[in-house]
Design a protein around this ligand. Structure first.
Ligand SMILES: C[S@@+](CC[C@H](N)C(=O)[O-])C[C@H]1O[C@@H](n2cnc3c(N)ncnc32)[C@H](O)[C@@H]1O
Length: 289
């Protein structure tokens, strides 16, 4: 019997037939924590569903719920909203393990997007040995840790503005024993990057892993470009119908406006995940000098 069947048996008599139809097929697990994504029709019954889950699966100790379509990631800090503790112990700090890298985080305070897993695994494959990487929007270390663990960078400088994410970035560097390869910096990369450049930084690769596209931060990224050997910029954004040319146009426009870089060549473009029927999360890698 699958999870949904067992759940239906367990809550029999406590939900209407219409509500039973809307029960979830599964849930997300992080360690011994379950996160249910519930349709509005069964939101009022979340305590019954969460308690049933605890009774059915003894290894689950904590149950949280999000209302389908209403839980969002908001603002510059990319903070999750609309996630509520429902049953069991109130635990929201977990360690996710992905490709041998530990990502400690509190899922009520910082995001850890499952949808970006392919890009997190792919990006380190592009990094050549000895590269100096600048991660302008590091979060809890999504790209920085993967690159330090799976590529052979000379060094990674990682900027993060959200103090909660920064604390986890520092903790994750320690947990993964990557302190010799990554330097975390707390604050706005628009302030930190010029300081690093003044101190001599020339980046071989710049990761701009933030959503929506930080077009205004391209001018900041250009400051760290190595004009002799070129710098690869990883630039992300929302695209329509799979057309990543709009991302390239952003880079070209900012290059023209600032005059900081003169040559731009597109190395690769990829779609990270679907965001709707005609919109996707896209990425380009451009070589600039
Ligand atoms: C959430 S991450 C992007 C997620 C990532 N692409 C992945 O694979 O899941 C983006 C991070 O950039 C940080 N951020 C936003 N604006 C910033 C800025 N101006 N300087 C430094 N960090 C910033 C946010 O706090 C957030 O932690």
């Amino acid at each position: 019997m699958d999870f949904r069947e067992s759940l239906i048996q367990h809550v029999r008599g406590m939900l209407s037939p219409e509500e039973v139809n809307e029960l979830p097929r599964g849930f997300q697990t992080l360690e011994d924590v379950a996160i249910l994504n519930l349709k509005p029709a069964v939101w009022e019954k979340r305590a019954i569903i969460a308690t049933a889950l605890l009774e059915l699966l003894p290894y689950i100790k904590s149950v949280w719920a999000k209302k389908f379509g209403e839980a969002k990631v908001t603002g510059q800090f990319r903070k999750p909203t609309g996630i509520e503790h429902v049953a069991g112990v109130k635990k929201s700090e977990v360690i996710a393990k992905e490709n041998g890298v530990l990502f400690k985080h509190d899922f009520t305070k910082v995001i850890f997007s499952k949808g970006n897993i392919t890009e997190r695994s792919y990006l380190p494959k592009l990094v050549k040995p000895g590269e100096h990487v600048l991660d302008m929007f590091a979060g809890i270390g999504y790209f920085s840790l993967m690159i330090a663990k799976h590529a052979m960078p000379a060094h990674v400088d990682s900027c993060e503005i959200n103090p909660d994410s920064y604390d986890y970035l520092v903790e994750n560097i320690r947990l993964n024993k990557l302190g010799h390869l990554i330097t975390p910096h707390l604050g706005d990369c628009a302030r930190i990057v010029p300081e690093l450049v003044n101190a001599g930084l020339k980046a071989d690769r710049i990761v701009m892993g933030v959503f929506p596209p930080p077009k205004e931060y391209l001018a900041v990224a250009f400051l760290a470009v190595n004009h002799e050997t070129g710098t690869v910029i990883h630039y992300e954004g929302k695209v329509s119908d799979g057309d990543t040319n709009t991302l390239l146009a952003d880079v070209e426009e900012e290059a023209r406006r600032t005059g900081f870089v003169t040559r731009i060549s597109l190395l690769e473009s990829r779609l990270v995940k679907s965001l709707g029927i005609r919109t996707q999360h896209g990425v380009i890698d451009v070589l600039v000098t």
